[in-house]
Design a protein around this ligand. Structure first.
Ligand SMILES: Cc1ncc(C[n+]2csc(CCOP(=O)(O)OP(=O)(O)O)c2C)c(N)n1
Length: 706
């Protein structure tokens, strides 16, 4: 097969490489009987030029920290990425042939893998390029600390879907505002989307929009290697602005019908095998210079070309690594710090030295911890969606400053009112590596972040969320700002296993300042999953020390078991379980119940149900012995703690939206005073007694319950 069969304006090896990619893409989707060939075939020219001529990486060390990154936004174009990575030697053609099958290295949408040089998991449109922005921020952050020898480029690939997603507004604004010239994005503008042509949903001038945000914008034929090359070269020379290359591409480029007629630009090729879309796989492959009998072959001239490409990559990586070695020799102290950043080493913090005034809100305690971090942790980026003085992430500004265009020596990212963008950017920072990623807002607005939180959990990224205003006691702002069902929602991720079989998320709701310090300690130690801190707006009385032999600071270390006793006794007649602000109410109620009824009460602070579940059975049984009445008290939905109280236990929670009033009034109205709790405990004890009797009537008495 010669070059003439390919319908590109430019002949030569570029077309052969892109056509080979198109053949592989068509074959993968056809073999799997599932996938998205059209967009992928149109983007082949770009990824070929990018990977072969621009992207710097080390074929012998795909996880190299200083490699350029590629953030794919439309994960449905996975076949394009895998095919290109096969040319680069990171996938075998057998692996391509197992596209979308159980256990395949080539799943339906890309899943982050350092070994395969897949920089992000993608699928939910919009998040991929936002992660790219995060990586671009991380890159500049590290260069500001360790020098320009660390510099590399962050490439992102976006499609119509990503541009239409609202998150693109946040990314466009922030990247332009921060002047991130290291961020280069290709817009695969093929005018076709999943169910319609783009003309059905938009007539915006996308280029003008990005220009208004301060981007450098060019429009090219996205199937023309020479134009792609020129646009990427210009992007490398850009020093002030991020770059958007709008590549006008052809959906299903090269597709042919049974009769050999062009079948391009068709919506039908977006998400099904070409043969189902109305084209012919065989004629398409023939037209593109492939062998329909052996469609997973890499063309000999393409293999030859990539052999040379890889040799070039190796040589450049060697030179860059030699530069790094020389720098390390000349800067041994900094070199240690750089290694610690890249290897995600947990910093040494003198936790005991973090002091809190008595009875402060847990958000304020978190602010104190962040102030300490700003002095002690050099590689942390903290962000807030315009609430830093309220969620108290501004504690980090004590010894740090805001990231600004041209000055990334600080560590605070003012994200603006853009929670989803912020959360996805954090994923990008964490996936890039080298810096801790922390971000805050009100817990009620975590709803705007959930899609990115889920991706953090899936990608096992240790992003930390500071979610303040964690319950109805927000007060006067009313039900829009009062999280109720949110804790249950976010704790669902504590119940899931991530791809390595570990808990997918850690959610911590500390009861007072001492526990907030412990929560931050646990958050830093959690390097394989995201962590959420649910923090109070209102002041929290400090939980008293458990006994005269202990201190509250020492007691609070029990937080690492997920749940532990803050009021204890040898043989409890009642167990009260709570988290956050409700713990002190239980402590007060316990004292009253003991005095009034002579019942010995154990009060448990349960900072994380997920963490508690992982403790040895013996610890769990000792803390909450079976056969003892157990009542849990939560400001969230009463499904919280359901597993902890056991079959005869009860959970008291809220099952309504909040209301606008001073929080003390709300506590009265909703039954969240210690007096009200005592009454509800007595009702429960009666219910419990009646239940026990009914069970013993069935012959399921003491033996069964103890
Ligand atoms: C957040 C989100 N919403 C919806 C989808 C489903 N979806 C996948 S691709 C797509 C349209 C994509 O069109 P475009 O980005 O132009 O890709 P192309 O048709 O060029 O392949 C949609 C709606 C998704 N993956 N993510």
């Amino acid at each position: 097969m010669g070059l003439d069969s390919a319908d590109s304006k430019n002949g030569g090896v570029d077309v052969r490489c892109a056509d080979n990619l198109r053949v592989l893409i068509a074959a993968m989707v056809e073999r799997a009987r599932s996938g998205h060939p059209g967009g992928a075939m149109g983007g082949a020219d770009f990824v070929n030029v990018l990977y072969s001529e621009f992207l710097n990486w080390d074929p012998d060390d795909p996880a190299w920290a200083n490699r350029d990154r590629f953030y794919l936004d439309p994960g449905h174009l996975s076949a394009m990425l895998y095919a290109e990575l096969a040319l680069c030697g990171l996938f075998t053609t057998d692996e391509l042939a197992s596209f979308r099958q159980w256990g395949s290295a080539a799943p339906g949408h890309p899943e982050m893998s350092a070994a395969r040089m897949i920089d992000n998991s993608s699928g939910p449109l919009g998040q991929g390029h936002a992660m790219g922005l995060g990586a671009a921020i991380a890159e500049r952050f590290l260069a500001a600390r360790f020098g320009e020898w660390t510099a590399h480029k962050i490439y992102a690939y976006i499609s119509d879907g990503g541009v239409q997603e609202e998150i693109s507004q946040g990314v466009g604004r922030l990247a332009g505002h921060l002047g991130l010239s290291n961020f280069i994005m290709f817009f695969d503008s093929n005018d076709v989307q999943l169910s319609t042509v783009t003309g059905e949903v938009t007539n915006e001038d996308t280029g003008a929009k990005y220009k208004a945000w301060g981007w450098s914008v060019s429009v090219i034929d996205g199937n023309d290697a020479a134009q792609i090359r020129a646009a990427l070269s210009a992007a490398l020379n850009e020093k002030e602005r991020p770059t958007l290359i709008i590549g006008k591409t052809v959906m299903g480029k090269g597709a042919r019908t049974k009769d050999g007629a062009p079948f391009e630009g068709k919506v039908s090729t977006h998400g099904q095998p070409l043969s189902d879309a109305g084209a012919s796989e065989e004629e398409t492959i023939k037209h593109l210079g492939g062998d329909p009998g052996n469609p997973f072959a890499i063309f000999p001239d393409v293999a030859e070309r990539y052999k040379a490409v890889l040799a070039g990559k190796r040589a450049r990586a060697r030179a860059k690594k030699a530069e790094q070695a020389a720098w390390e020799k000349a800067n041994p102290e900094l070199a240690k710090k750089f290694a610690a950043c890249v290897n995600r080493e947990v910093p040494d913090i003198d936790w005991a030295s973090i002091k809190h005034k008595p009875g402060i809100p847990s958000r304020a305690a978190s602010g104190n911890v962040l102030a300490e971090f700003s002095a002690k942790i050099g590689n942390m980026i903290v962000s807030s969606a315009d609430l830093c003085n309220s969620d108290k992430t501004d504690g980090f500004l004590k010894s740090s400053k805001v990231l600004r265009k041209g000055d990334f020596s600080g560590g605070f990212l003012q994200a603006g009112v853009a929670e989803l963008t912020m959360a996805a950017v954090m994923n990008g920072i964490a996936s890039h590596g080298g810096a801790y990623a922390v971000c805050g807002t009100f817990f009620a607005f975590s709803d705007y972040m959930k899609p990115a939180v889920r991706m953090a959990a899936l990608m096992e990224l240790p992003v930390k969320y500071v979610w303040s205003h964690d319950n109805f006691r927000v007060g006067e702002d009313g039900p829009t700002h009062q999280p109720i069902e949110h804790e249950t929602q976010i704790r669902l991720l504590e119940r899931m296993a991530n791809p390595h079989g570990r808990r997918a998320m850690l959610v911590l709701r500390p009861a007072d300042a001492a526990e907030t310090t412990e929560a931050w300690r646990l958050a830093l130690e959690n390097t394989t999953a995201p962590t959420a801190l649910l923090l109070s707006r209102q002041a929290l009385a400090d939980i008293p020390a458990k006994s005269s032999a202990s201190t509250r600071i020492e007691d609070a270390k029990g937080a690492r078991y997920g749940a532990y006793a803050v009021v204890d006794c040898d043989n409890p007649g009642l167990i009260l379980i709570a988290g956050g602000a409700e713990v002190i109410t239980c402590v007060e109620a316990a004292a009253y119940i003991r005095k009034e009824r002579g019942i010995e009460v154990r009060v448990i602070s349960a900072i994380s149900e997920g963490l508690f579940k992982e403790q040895p059975q013996e610890y769990k049984d000792n803390l909450i012995p079976f056969g003892v009445p157990a009542l849990a008290f939560t400001a969230g939905l009463p499904v919280n703690f359901k597993d902890m109280v056991g079959p005869l236990g009860k959970v008291i929670g809220l099952e309504r939206f909040g209301a606008s009033a001073p929080f003390k009034v709300l506590e009265e109205k909703f039954g969240y005073t210690s007096e009200a709790l005592v009454k509800r405990v007595y009702v429960y004890l009666e219910e419990y007694g009646a239940l026990r009797e009914r069970l013993s009537g069935l012959g399921l008495g003491k033996d069964c319950l103890n």
